[in-house]
Ligand binder design. Structure first.
Ligand code: RIB
Ligand code: NA
Length: 309
């Protein structure tokens, strides 16, 4: 069975509190709403790609618990293939405590749990799916060595790779750059990886050049309301793709919506220029920030304007 998009990554149950602002250390504040949702960067990206219409498979591990059972059902409800979704009784399903303030910004603590137990054996089992995919997507909420191994497996089989170094780690293995066709991160991740500030388009161009030098095929730095910056190894120009202004109520998972959409475009429109894919993915993500929640806010193909397809 051949898939358009295979994601090797995380699942988290999102425990979300909406509050006027983010609490300070030692402080208790009143929030106004609490809800539980499906999250985790890997699964978010996979679900967004599936909702746009690709055949998607997820390679991940959840706990043998209520949250894990629910998560598997969530994949099925979204048409995501679950043969490579493992369940373990040695750890709980990953969880994310999320606070969202009135400006739509968030602060997140993740406890990766079962995600960290996804191992080489499971990757081997998924090799037929990985090696026949059009696009493989990885992040950093599972063991980094597993992400790297999955990217290598894809590369060895000429499968296009998207790597999203999120959440960013300062000591990222330099091989990650070499196995990434598209290295896609946000401004704070770019800052951490390059050591220089990334707050505007100008600085993103410079950080992008630095990341590109490390060996990836192309770099995309997402800048929230400022759109994104796209750099390719074969071209010396760096392109800024702006996005139209929207009113954000919850930006949680917007970056994942962007990556999921990017995977969809790479799989379905392989000859489209990367900057055009980034422009369209940005419009998909812009829809998600206008609705509360993570996956609950991700649009389906039928919710989006026809010009995006
Ligand atoms: O990128 C957003 C995601 O980060 C949330 O869904 C949360 O689970 C954390 O992994
Ligand atoms: Na949202």
């Amino acid at each position: 069975e051949a898939f358009d998009v295979v994601v090797v990554g995380s699942c988290m149950t999102d425990l979300v509190s909406q509050a006027p602002r983010l609490p300070r250390a030692g402080e208790t504040i009143h929030g106004h709403k609490f809800f539980i949702g499906f999250g985790g960067k890997g699964a978010n990206q996979c679900i967004q790609a599936a909702r746009l219409g690709v055949k998607a498979a997820m390679v991940c591990k959840v706990g043998k618990d209520f949250f894990g059972d629910n998560y598997i059902q969530n994949f099925k409800d979204n048409g995501v293939h679950t043969d490579f979704v493992g369940q373990t009784s040695d750890a709980a399903t990953g969880a994310a405590s999320i606070t969202v303030n009135d400006a739509g910004e968030n602060a997140i603590v993740i406890v990766a749990g079962a995600n960290m137990l996804l191992g080489g054996e499971e990757l081997q089992k998924a090799l037929p799916a990985i090696s026949h995919a059009k696009v493989l997507v990885c992040q950093l909420e599972i063991s980094p060595q597993m992400s790297l191994q999955a990217l290598r497996m894809a590369r060895n089989n000429r499968v296009k790779t998207i790597f999203n170094p999120a959440p960013a780690i300062p000591d990222l293995d330099p091989d990650f750059y070499k196995v990434s066709d598209v290295f896609c991160c946000n401004e704070s991740e770019a800052e951490l990886l390059t050591g220089s500030s990334v707050t505007n388009v100008e600085e993103a161009h410079r950080a992008g050049q630095e990341l590109l030098k490390r060996g990836c095929g192309s770099v995309i730095i997402t800048l929230g309301p400022q759109g994104s910056v796209v750099l390719k190894a074969q071209e010396s120009t760096s392109k800024h793709m702006p996005v139209s202004a929207v009113t954000a109520v919850d930006t949680t998972g917007a970056g994942d919506s962007f990556i999921g959409a990017l995977a969809f475009y790479m799989a379905n429109y392989p000859t489209m220029p990367l900057e055009e894919m980034a422009r369209r993915a940005n419009q998909v993500a812009a829809v998600s920030v206008q609705v509360v929640g993570t996956q609950t806010s991700y649009p389906f193909r039928h919710n989006l304007p026809a010009e995006l397809f």
